[in-house]
Design a protein. Structure first.
Length: 234
């Protein structure tokens, strides 16, 4: 999968994707990421990309011209009638607090996409006319951040780690919280006894059938205690 990220702050993406699992995934070409500076497409001599909103009000709005030209650089035509075949262009997502809350179902649907373009808003948002080109709006929660960069990083991290080969052990993903609808079960490691706090004996028994049963029970208990709303969906 190729992921194009349209942003006013491209340097924000350097640290998260130059470390840990993300760096390994991109180095192995499991996914390709292309960071695009929206500002570089500005036709203003000072590279200004925002302007005051029509009708008045506080804040500034990112103009549609630089965003649409940035989209055109990754295969989007400026006229809607010019790309009726969506398979020939990226699936466009606008990171927005007004979007659908990000969840595992959305991640699984995006895994089927060959090319993904993420638009990171800023200030008071983007010119509404850009939305004519957007396929989906995604939010990471009911709160507002300075811009769409951090939500885009969250989406990319969640997406890439699910791709074949990104995580060494597939079972590690399958046991994650939300993978099967439940939260993850408790995890323990050495020492067996730390200042009187002991590891549950069943995990030391070597009885894999009983361990599996315990983990399923604990997964249910954790979900009921921490996120009972999830049980209604299962």
């Amino acid at each position: 999968m190729r992921i194009d990220v349209l942003t006013l702050f491209p340097k924000m993406f350097e640290p998260p994707f130059s470390e840990s699992l993300m760096k390994k995934a991109f180095d192995k070409k499991i996914a390709e990421i292309n960071i695009i500076d929206i500002r570089s497409f500005s036709k203003d001599k000072h590279k200004k990309v925002d302007d005051k909103p029509f009708g008045g009000g506080a804040g500034m709005v990112i103009k549609c011209q630089p965003i649409l030209d940035a989209l055109a650089s990754v295969g989007i035509k400026k006229k809607l009638s010019a790309y009726t075949n969506k398979s020939r262009r990226p699936y466009i997502v606008y990171m927005s607090p007004q979007g659908k809350p990000l969840n595992n179902k959305i991640i699984n649907s995006l895994l089927k996409v060959k090319r993904l373009a993420l638009i990171c808003g800023h200030y008071e948002g983007i010119d509404e006319r850009v939305m004519n080109f957007v396929d989906c709006e995604i939010s990471i929660g009911d709160y507002v951040l300075t811009g769409g960069e951090i939500p885009a990083m969250v989406l990319i991290d969640s997406l890439v780690r699910m791709m074949p080969g990104a995580v060494k052990e597939k079972s590690s993903i399958e046991n994650d919280s939300f993978f099967n609808g439940y939260l993850d079960y408790p995890q323990y490691t050495r020492p067996e006894n730390f200042k009187g706090m002991k590891v549950p004996s069943v995990l030391l028994s070597g009885n894999h059938k009983e361990i599996e049963k315990w983990r399923k029970e604990q997964s249910y208990i954790a979900t009921k205690k921490k996120r009972p709303d999830l049980l209604k969906k299962i």
